[in-house]
Design a protein. Sequence first.
Length: 102
Amino acid sequence: IAMMCKEFVKRRNVMVESLNAIEGVSCPVPHGAFYCFPDVSGLYARNNVTGSVELAANLLDSAGVAVVPGSAFGDDSALRLSYATSLNLIEEALKRIAEAVK
């Protein structure tokens, strides 16, 4: 269990750092579950979208990355991303997201 906890902390940290490196994104460090919930509202105007549903659809279409709109959780300024997958997939997805929202 300790080894798995350490691995999830590593994945979480990579995701948080990568998200915060994207201009217009602000991601607090989650302290439970396996999800990040970054504020991505700073990306809306630049990517010609009006909310989290449109941004999530754009990321799926343009980057091939599935995220959940924050509006499903009552916060249209955010997206929900899971880090309960391999580090390689996390790094690739975040690279694609960063490229897609430039």
